[in-house]
Design a protein around this ligand. Sequence first.
Ligand code: SAH
Length: 214
Amino acid sequence: MRFETERAEMIEVLRQKGIWDENVLRVMGTVERHHFVDAPFVNRAYEDSALPIGQEQTISQPYTVAFMTQALQLKRGEKVLEVGTGSGYQAVVLALLGCRVFTIERHLPLVARARKTFDRLNLHIASKGGDGSVGWSEFAPFDAIIVTAGAPDIPPPLKDQLADGGRLVVPVGDREIQKLLVVRRTGSHFTQQEIDGFKFVPLIGKNAWSNGGK
Ligand code: SAH
């Protein structure tokens, strides 16, 4: 297997930066991130940085993936919606944690490539092209929702599509810098925690930024 040492080193970096969820660390230690980045960046795939994946989009920084996944406190068998499939890396991490994954991406070439990746890995992940800021009502409610692009506000349908006891992580801010919001639903009551200093590509859609971005 290629890059085994680099992958182990990446996991060590995540630990040092404060990731403690052993399931998340174990799964991220198995996913071959070098298959998810554009060819010129393969040798940098295990650096803790965002990298290009085409369509002017990026695969999120490993620390960000680990932090958001850890924040969701997932259990096996839970139903998870991801908005912003991108390379498919985050969706694969969620599936390998034993979740039933639904993922939406607005750039169709990225959807097509991610589907090939899911097939190659023999993972059953439901995916579709479109605007994830409206959620995916056919399969709602979700135990967890993860938005991997930065929104101006929390898209209301995503809160509506959370199950009782459900968790939502979504970066909210301006186009440059965002806070990570961790929302928990109990009945019709929502609590919210904020963590500073994350940077994502913009979420573009009906309940998000208007087009004119990337
Ligand atoms: N989770 C991805 C990260 C991709 S970056 C990964 O693991 O690689 C965020 C992605 O969100 C981009 O691919 C962008 O095209 C997509 N995106 C932006 N707005 C969206 C929207 N409204 N609906 C679905 N996808 C969106």
